[in-house]
Design a protein around this ligand. Structure first.
Ligand SMILES: Nc1ncnc2c1ncn2[C@@H]1O[C@H](COP(=O)(O)OP(=O)(O)O)[C@@H](O)[C@H]1O
Ligand SMILES: [Mg+2]
Length: 290
């Protein structure tokens, strides 16, 4: 489905345009299929835990309707960084971020910017699946409802579960608890739940790291579909996965022990994996360390 078809489909399903439903005048949502369209712009971002600087000076243009993978050794600040992109970092006591993160035409760290609204526009899927203790159906419907969704909830639940490649496995047991699903299914349920709120950007922090290969494959399969409608940023420790699913890759690295993590190299995935500029990137992607 093209972007305009999708928008029309949404309006048909909900009777309300997306922007009106979300109370936005300018959604800042770039058209699909444009390589050069900016989804988020990060400038000089640093992140702290109290007095400890975990990440320093990251600048990155995240393309809309593309998958951006973040890779690098453990402890280099990938999780910290990705949580700065929807203001989840600051929920940890003493944690704060410096720099700017722009979504559409809005600096999400500007004074007066509401973190709750930001987290709706930039959804997040965590490493460990965390379904609610509710039915499969309600896991998907609930967040959308409390965010003021007024359309056909059955339709929304089905569409979100289909996008998360879970529908066929759960369509006959929607009233059963989400806890009854396997780990891989729970993770796809969490993806469906995130999609149901209709964010612009979806952040995933190692979403497949705890899953079996079949579930991992299913989550990877959803990526190509998801990026038609969303901008995706995914942290992964799996190099093959990054190479398979992403369009752009950022390599995070710590130069000297005790330093904060940095974005060491950022480029098209193909370039990062075939002909990176920096030796450390090459050593990492060829498995020489990490
Ligand atoms: N809640 C926290 N409090 C203090 N330090 C933290 C916290 N979470 C992570 N860190 C530190 O921040 C640095 C980056 O961690 P993290 O973002 O989890 O890296 P990665 O995801 O790349 O493994 C590490 O030194 C880690 O110990
Ligand atoms: Mg991490």
């Amino acid at each position: 489905m093209t972007q305009s078809e999708r928008t029309r489909e949404e309006q048909r399903l909900t009777g309300v345009s997306r922007d009106r439903r979300e109370g936005r005048r300018d959604a800042g949502r770039p058209p699909a299929g444009d390589n050069g369209t900016l989804g988020m712009k990060i400038q000089d971002l640093s992140a702290f835990y109290g007095g400890f600087k975990a990440v320093t000076d990251v600048s990155m243009d995240i393309r809309a309707n593309k998958v951006t993978a973040l890779i690098g050794p453990s402890g280099c600040g990938k999780s910290t960084y990705i949580r700065c992109l929807n203001r989840m970092h600051e929920v940890i006591p003493g944690a704060r971020a410096e720099g700017s993160v722009t979504l559409g035409d809005q600096d999400i760290y500007a004074k007066g910017s509401d973190p709750v609204v930001i987290r709706r526009r930039v959804g997040m899927v965590f490493q460990k699946p965390n379904p609610f203790s509710k039915s499969i159906y309600e896991n998907v419907a609930w967040g959308a409802r409390i965010n003021g969704f007024r359309g056909d909830v059955d339709e929304l639940v089905e569409r979100s579960l289909r996008q998360a490649a879970l529908w066929d496995e759960v369509k006959d047991r929607l009233k059963e608890s989400g806890y009854g699903l396997s780990g891989g299914q729970q993770q796809r349920l969490c993806i469906a739940r995130t999609l149901a709120v209709e964010p612009e950007v979806i952040l995933m922090d190692e979403p497949a790291s705890a899953l079996d290969p079949v579930s991992t494959q299913k989550i990877e399969d959803t990526m190509a579909e998801l990026k038609k409608s969303y901008t995706v940023v995914i942290v992964t420790h799996n190099m093959q996965q990054a190479a398979r699913i992403s369009d752009y890759t950022g390599f995070f690295y710590i130069v000297n022990m005790g330093d904060p993590g940095r974005l060491w190299e950022f480029d098209e995935t193909e370039k990062i994996f075939s002909n990176p500029e920096r030796k450390e990137t090459e050593d990492y992607v060829t498995g020489r360390f990490g």
